[in-house]
Design a protein around this ligand. Structure first.
Ligand code: XIL
Length: 379
């Protein structure tokens, strides 16, 4: 009896301790505190942050974010650079980081035409492999990753960027060799490896009507075949004005929700420097040499542009808050401006300001305004 009482007291004590720690870890004046109950708020981690070598960044991340995703280290060319040779050093550290801080961990990404190693598609003679071989390699890749992080990675981006903006199929090597069935196979393999992890389809430029319709069709098709898909990710690499048009972006949120899946805003950033073209989407293979005319703010942002950026971020978050019942997570693609891929994509060596924290690691004023907007929604 005494042992039972002691056990009970111990468990109650532990629960009180855990809940008070949790309270302390979620200050209401942080992003994650203010957005609690609305949607998860995430950031993408680079290698330095993953290894905890940037303590100032760690502090901001732990205080403000309750979800993480790796910016690069889980992509196939990095995690399986040669057939059967897996490099889990960074991905293990990323997952340990997320588990240590009780975060919602996203695996990005299992099947994507970019940042995929050539060996995946080739035989020893340099010819494309058969459909059967590619399916087998895909299965091994997916199963190895998903089983390794079973019970720890909460959600996987199973397939990234299968469609073009008009909704037609992208002629990736997965599509060319396997045909459209590569998507359902990928989802099935992921499901078999971890029936509890959430499984997502992710794409850029989701505001386009054609892409929206094809993704809805994909969701319906998978569901009608009894294949599980839990969410759709909308990348949201954005510009100051028309990309994306927010009314069209909102229509896509509503369409995916109506198709019965969670909506994740997966890669939000807002560039303030000139876009190369309205239609560039987020095609990571674009790689242009430095071009001075396209780099207007190397020494700091004029007030008028800072204000425009602030307003644009608020338009996004006002939309997310209005639609919070449909949105599971909003993830910003990076933490501080100096580390954003926008400084080197699609033109090398520019100075951009696309994120919520500046080059001194200070929160931009918009962070406080997002917190205020989230808090005022409760009243
Ligand atoms: C980007 C990374 O941020 C860069 O560091 C890398 O050089 C290229 O890829 N869509 C995606 C992300 O799904 O994985 C890409 O990330 C950005 C576009």
């Amino acid at each position: 009896m005494r042992t039972k009482l002691f056990k009970f007291a111990f468990i109650v004590g532990l629960a009180i301790l855990v809940s008070s720690c949790a309270r302390e870890e979620t200050p209401t004046d942080s992003l994650k505190g203010a957005l609690d109950g609305k949607f998860l708020i995430g950031t993408a981690l680079n290698s330095i942050q993953i290894y905890g070598d940037d303590s100032a960044a760690t502090e901001i991340i732990v205080r403000n974010f309750n979800s993480i995703v790796a910016e690069n280290c889980m992509k196939s060319e990095i995690i399986q650079p040669e057939e059967g040779v897996f490099d889990f050093r960074q991905s293990d550290a990323m997952v340990d980081f997320g588990v240590a801080y009780d975060m919602y961990i996203v695996g990005h990404c299992l099947i994507w035409h970019s940042q995929a190693p050539d060996w995946l598609f080739m035989d020893a003679g340099g010819k494309y492999v058969s459909r059967e071989v590619l399916i087998e390699r895909m299965k091994t890749h997916i199963t190895t990753l998903v089983e390794r992080y079973k019970g720890r990675v909460d959600a996987w981006i199973v397939v990234n960027e299968a469609f073009l903006d008009d909704g037609s199929w992208r002629n990736s090597r997965f599509y060319d060799i396997i045909g459209p069935a590569y998507i359902e196979l990928a989802f099935q393999f992921a499901h078999e490896a971890d029936p509890k992890a959430e499984l997502l389809y992710n794409d850029n430029s989701m505001f386009h009507e054609g892409k929206r319709n094809s993704v809805v069709e994909l969701v319906n098709d998978l569901k009608s075949k009894g294949i599980r898909i839990d969410g759709v990710g909308m990348q949201a690499h954005s510009g100051l004005d028309s990309i994306p048009p927010l009314d069209e972006f909102e229509k896509s949120i509503e369409a995916f929700d109506a198709a019965g899946v969670d909506v994740h805003v997966t890669e939000l950033d807002i560039t303030v420097i000139p876009l190369l073209s309205r239609d560039i989407g987020a095609e990571v293979s674009a790689d242009f040499k430095y071009w001075e005319m396209m780099d207007p703010y190397p020494n700091g942002l004029p007030d008028s542009v800072s204000i425009a950026l602030h307003d644009r971020y608020m338009e996004f978050f006002d939309l997310f808050l209005r639609q919070h019942d449909k949105i599971k997570r909003v993830t910003v693609w990076g933490l501080t401006d100096d580390q954003s891929w926008r400084n080197y994509w699609p033109i090398q060596g520019r100075t951009d300001y696309p994120l919520l924290y500046d080059r001194n690691y200070d929160a931009k004023p918009v962070v406080a305004d997002i917190i205020k907007a989230a808090q005022s929604l409760e009243e």
